[in-house]
Write a protein that binds this ligand. Structure first.
Ligand SMILES: Cc1cc2nc3c(=O)[nH]c(=O)nc-3n(C[C@H](O)[C@H](O)[C@H](O)COP(=O)(O)OP(=O)(O)OC[C@H]3O[C@@H](n4cnc5c(N)ncnc54)[C@H](O)[C@@H]3O)c2cc1C
Length: 348
């Protein structure tokens, strides 16, 4: 056990986020979303937000983190941090956590975060709640309340690990809201060096190769036209593609459609797919089971098209259109064409 026995708990303070970087060294947007969540928690606890930033060069990232809500940035710059190495970063973070003693630590539920954060939780002998969809503070006890889907998404469970410090949670991209950048916000940068012991060679990254980008980027799409079981097959998805293309949007899908083999997995929205935060989400023949809703409920405007107006999706939609999608979508396309709206440049 590293820190955090009963006796030590009181000395732990502040909310930390572990900054996530893209392979090109830029900050991943999820870092700002974590800061947004951390700020809310810190304001309730009356403490500071700290961001740990580990990389080859974090000189550009540190002010960005401050402008998005960090009070302090712990910057660890070292050439050996150019490529992500979970064991190496974990050793450094373990040392920093023991030195500065955060009360709460948030990380990203990305592929990097999923390699790093559980390892860190194990080393620190803490609990970890993965893929949280809600974080808040218990008003009476000051303990972190970590909400996430459980039992296949059929219930939302609120988990506490108040007996340990730091209380650790991960959050998927696009779940929490980032704060607007405030360029005049000030903060402190604390530089920490890598020590001999951090770099103990367990494995060596010789080369990093970036996978060819999939052309489906649902998480950045502002408009998503998404289809479910009712779309009936790949042909039905062509119709959705036509609508998405005219709106300059992307095509999403429910798991039922993906499992049927009508559209590829990167299009799947939901608990076991992508989490999206589009301005406009058009759900076509998707009933809105909790596992789907988890992935899209933060979209700004939700339009649902369904034959049955009692489904969860139709009930939660801002605009619910009752009817057959194969009649309604062609009519919407026709109207868009009449008005000359074709952001994707399709032939009309
Ligand atoms: C562990 C676990 C993880 C899961 N992860 C995900 C996930 O990530 N994403 C996900 O989507 N699901 C996920 N699921 C599956 C989820 O529970 C549902 O089974 C799935 O979302 C249902 O897909 P659907 O809404 O397309 O189909 P259905 O529930 O069958 O809904 C089809 C809808 O289409 C309507 N309809 C039928 N014909 C028409 C028509 N012609 N025009 C208009 N409307 C019509 C029906 O009224 C109905 O509301 C998961 C399940 C489990 C157990």
């Amino acid at each position: 056990m590293k820190l955090l026995n009963e006796h030590d708990r009181e000395s732990c303070r502040n909310v930390w986020i572990i900054s996530e970087f893209l392979p090109d060294g830029e900050l991943h947007a999820v870092s700002f979303e974590l800061l947004g969540a951390a700020r809310t928690l810190a304001e309730e606890l009356g403490c500071e937000v700290w961001a740990a930033a580990l990389g080859r060069d974090v000189s550009k990232a540190a002010p960005q983190l401050i402008s998005r809500g960090a009070d302090k940035v712990i910057a660890v710059e070292d050439g050996r941090l150019e490529y992500f190495n979970d064991e190496f970063e974990c050793n450094i973070l373990e040392r920093l956590v023991c030195k500065y003693r955060p009360e709460i630590l948030l990380g990203a539920a990305t592929s990097r975060g999923r390699a790093l954060i559980p390892r860190l939780a194990g080393k620190l002998y803490c609990g970890l709640t993965a893929d949280c969809t809600g974080l808040s503070i218990d008003k009476e006890t000051g303990v972190l309340l970590q909400t996430r889907p459980a039992f296949g998404g059929n219930i939302m469970a609120t988990i506490q690990s108040g007996g340990f410090r730091p209380q650790m949670a991960t959050v998927r991209p696009k779940v929490m809201k980032a704060l607007e950048a405030d360029p005049i916000r000030t903060g402190e940068i604390i530089y920490e060096a890598v020590t001999e012991k951090d770099g103990e060679k367990i494995k060596e990254i010789i080369k990093a190769v970036t996978e060819a980008q999939s052309n489906v980027n649902l998480s950045d799409a502002n408009i998503i036209v998404s289809g479910g079981r009712a779309v009936k097959g790949p042909e039905g998805f062509r119709l959705l593609e036509e609508l998405a293309s005219r709106l300059g949007g992307a095509v999403g899908a429910s798991r039922a459609a993906v499992d049927s083999g009508w559209i590829a997995y990167p299009h799947q929205v939901g608990q076991t797919g992508q989490t999206v935060q589009a301005d406009l989400y058009i759900a076509c023949g998707i009933s809105g089971q909790i596992q789907h809703l988890i992935g899209m409920q933060s979209c700004k405007t939700i339009v649902a098209i369904d034959k049955d107006d009692s489904t969860p999706m139709m009930q939660m939609a801002d605009i619910a259109i009752k009817g057959d999608l194969f009649e309604i979508i062609p009519k919407i396309i026709e109207e868009l064409d009449k008005n000359g709206i074709n952001k994707g440049g399709n032939k009309q």
